[in-house]
Design a protein. Sequence first.
Length: 71
Amino acid sequence: MLAMPLIGWIYEKIFAPHHTTFYSMDTAIMFEKSVHYAVLEVIDNMTANKGVRALSESERKSTMKAFGASA
């Protein structure tokens, strides 16, 4: 039923409202961490190559705002 183009969308809106699940939260957290670590790696390489000071521990911390907040 959900795979049908228009009917699936209507069915989902009426009968299956979106709820945040542990799976969706885990996936979002893993994605956020992997992007954060990738950005930090690039920053570390750039600062080492240019001779610029490295980021402090407080500057390296990740901040995730309004996770799971409904719009």
